[in-house]
Design a binder for this molecule. Structure first.
Ligand code: NAI
Ligand code: MG
Length: 353
């Protein structure tokens, strides 16, 4: 199967982690029926400095004509607010990537890096956040004046239905027994529409339990009983914030992956961290968020089961060496490249068989 993979390294650590993701794809290419062709689609702060726009038309064309996009991170300190980051919104809106899928899984070897005590970790943390990715406050309806500013939280029935349906279909596919919806229906009108649609759609899945939780309460439940959640579906802003909080439960922001998805269309996969200017250029960033984004790409865009092998390779790698953000005094501390090499080696051994 021939697939065109567009890739954007972006700024800062994006340039260091994306090559590690591509390494994984090249191994898959070598040992399976997949054949990948890589096409660079430059975007971000450095590109803005040079061309005055952070997502040149040509890059967007490359992305549009690919089968999937692997995206690093963008943003450079000192640039006007948002000029680089707008590229991400433009890709999400331009490709109508209405699903933001963010897995939060605590790998056994990283229990020592989880900030929660053992009793709160329970049977483990393995949550999929399904965040609405095109509506709500991030639709960018509003204005900024000297003494006043506004953004409108706008949701449509169609927008709510498609994301909630995705969440239930996803839960069904994963064999999850429960879908949790996080909203603020006691205050916000869009949440009241959302909740009604959630119940309507949920009633069509008799084997899946449904649950509603208010966002503020959920923030504490996520810390108190993280083991209790499987698929969690929520709106754009709540999903942005809550999934970053959740990312720290798995040891580091550098571990968390994501997919910006429109099922059966070009979708974008990226680690959830930013360009991390504080550590950029040092070859110490954790590449696992990117590697796990490749896993998501294989599963969600290419319906491949190889994701399990990637995940096992990551888990094995974590028992031998760690980047500095998840370091363990009993294990080797590795650079970005060394961590990527270690996981690649593990994956290669699995696929060779
Ligand atoms: P950040 O995610 O870049 O960094 C937050 C903290 O996490 C820093 O201490 C950083 O060193 C650490 N960190 C991040 N990725 C890591 C990794 N792979 N391994 C180890 N440690 C890691 O967030 P921050 O500092 O708020 O933003 C920096 C820039 O990135 C800004 O310009 C921001 O707008 C942009 N950004 C871009 C995103 C994207 O491209 N999708 C997402 C979030 C932020
Ligand atoms: Mg965020």
């Amino acid at each position: 199967m021939k697939k065109i993979i567009a890739f954007t390294e972006g700024d800062g650590v994006g340039k260091e982690v994306i090559p590690e993701g591509i390494k994984i794809l090249k191994i898959i290419d070598e040992y399976t029926d997949f054949e990948f062709e890589f096409k660079e689609a430059p975007a971000g702060g450095a590109v803005w400095k040079k061309h005055g726009e952070s997502l040149p038309e040509k890059s967007f064309e490359t992305i549009k004509n690919s089968d999937a996009l692997l995206f690093g991170a963008i943003g450079i300190p000192g640039l006007p607010q948002g000029v680089a980051e707008i590229a991400i919104l433009n890709i999400r809106q331009g490709l109508d990537l209405y699903v933001n899928l963010r897995p939060i899984k605590l790998y056994e070897p990283l229990r020592d890096r989880c900030p929660l005590r053992d009793e709160f970790i329970g049977d483990g943390i393995d949550i999929y956040f399904v965040r609405e990715n095109t509506e709500g406050l991030y639709k960018n309806i509003g204005y900024l004046k000297e003494n006043e500013a506004q953004n409108i939280m706008h949701y449509t029935r169609e927008g709510c239905e498609r994301i909630i349906k995705f969440a239930f279909e996803f839960a069904k596919r994963k064999g999850h027994k429960k879908v949790t919806s996080v909203d603020k229906a006691n205050i916000l009108k869009p949440s009241q529409l959302w909740r009604k649609i959630f119940h309507d759609i949920g009633s069509k899945y008799p084997n899946i339990k449904i649950e509603d939780i208010y966002i503020d309460a959920f923030c504490q439940w996520l810390i108190r009983t993280p083991y209790a959640y499987q698929t969690v579906v929520t709106g754009n802003m709540f999903g942005d914030i809550i999934s970053d909080e959740a990312a720290f439960l798995i040891g580091s922001l550098g571990m968390a992956s994501s997919g910006n998805i429109h099922p059966n269309k070009v979708s974008m996969y990226e680690p959830i961290h930013g360009s991390a200017p504080d550590i950029a250029g040092k070859n110490i960033a954790n590449p696992i968020g990117t590697i796990l984004s490749v896993k998501l790409m294989m599963e969600e865009s290419f319906q491949s089961k190889i994701g399990n092998e990637i995940e096992n390779a990551v888990e094995e790698g974590l028992k031998e060496g760690r980047t500095i953000d998840i370091e363990n005094p009993n294990l080797k501390t590795l650079s970005t490249k060394e961590m990527g090499d270690l996981i690649s080696e593990k994956l290669r051994n699995k696929l060779k068989k």
